[in-house]
Write a protein that binds this ligand. Structure first.
Ligand SMILES: NC(=O)c1ccc[n+]([C@@H]2O[C@H](COP(=O)([O-])OP(=O)(O)OC[C@H]3O[C@@H](n4cnc5c(N)ncnc54)[C@H](O)[C@@H]3O)[C@@H](O)[C@H]2O)c1
Length: 248
């Protein structure tokens, strides 16, 4: 199946590791140009270098998605290196889990800002190039947590919010041949999850309770994102694709 990604330029936020790096690698292997961006610039450089070493086209840019100037520089870097932006994957995000009684205003703001404000700033900055080309794809990384998880009021709210944002953007931009969708992963084995103190219990729980009796892999999520970012998903917009092994 030709995904039609050859020569397309994709910005993937938070792609210095984990799911974002997996998405960047897969788009590059399909012939896309990738802009690897992360607040951790050294991690972004490492991922971009390894993609280049394997014959892909990649640049690295250090970006804080919550900072409008930093995001403007990111889109300018994509323009300079590859002539514009066709695909944006809003993937940067993190958790700061706590019951609400102990959750500080700072914990709330940090998580909501990186997920929601980050997606807002990056989408606003990247859209003009897509509108000009009359072709574009935005894929927002939500989470199964949009259904609500105890100890994750901030994260659940932000991951549900990104779905509303996705639907509004889909309606605003469909006329330009731009689709906007969300992918909601279940539990995916990345360093962020592997480093949790109770990781063994999470894995055991996943094997016991998830229909596909294992944790998700980065590749499981990357496959779904790349499909939605491809020519093959031209008539899918405003939708949420769960990649959770059947866990709801
Ligand atoms: N791993 C899971 O189980 C899981 C499940 C559902 C959803 N998700 C979502 O998938 C996305 C990627 O998660 P991951 O597990 O690969 O985590 P990760 O920590 O490996 O990757 C997230 C990246 O975002 C970067 N980042 C953080 N703040 C940033 C900022 N302000 N600007 C730019 N980059 C920033 C981090 O440096 C990191 O490299 C996140 O949005 C996460 O919420 C993960």
């Amino acid at each position: 199946v030709d995904l039609g990604l050859a020569g397309k330029t994709a910005i993937i936020t938070g792609s210095g590791g984990g799911i974002g790096a997996g998405i960047a690698r897969l788009i590059a292997s399909e012939g896309g140009n990738v802009v690897v961006t992360d607040i951790a610039g050294d991690k972004a450089t490492e991922v971009a270098q390894s993609i280049s070493d394997q014959g892909g086209r990649a640049i690295a840019v250090a970006v804080d998605v919550t900072d409008a100037q930093s995001v403007a520089d990111l889109v300018a870097a994509a323009q300079e290196a590859f002539g514009g932006t066709d695909i944006l994957v809003n993937n940067a995000g993190f958790t700061r889990d706590m019951r609400i009684a102990k959750m500080s205003e700072g914990d709330w703001d940090a998580v909501v800002d990186v997920i929601l404000k980050g997606a807002f700033l990056c989408t606003k900055a990247a859209l003009p190039s897509m509108v000009e080309r009359k072709w574009g794809r935005v894929v927002n990384i939500s989470s199964r947590a949009h259904l609500g998880n105890p100890g994750q009021a901030n994260y659940s709210a932000a991951k549900a919010g990104i779905i509303g944002f996705t639907k509004a953007m889909a309606l605003e931009n469909g006329r330009y041949n731009i689709t906007v969708n969300a992918v909601a992963p279940g539990i995916v084995e990345t360093d962020a999850v592997r480093n949790l103190p109770h990781f063994d219990k999470i894995r055991e729980n996943a094997e016991r309770t998830i229909a596909i009796a294992r944790m998700g892999r980065v590749e499981d999520v990357a496959d779904a994102v790349v499909f939605l970012a491809s020519e093959r998903a031209a008539y899918i917009t405003g939708d949420v694709l769960h990649v959770s092994g059947g866990r709801y």
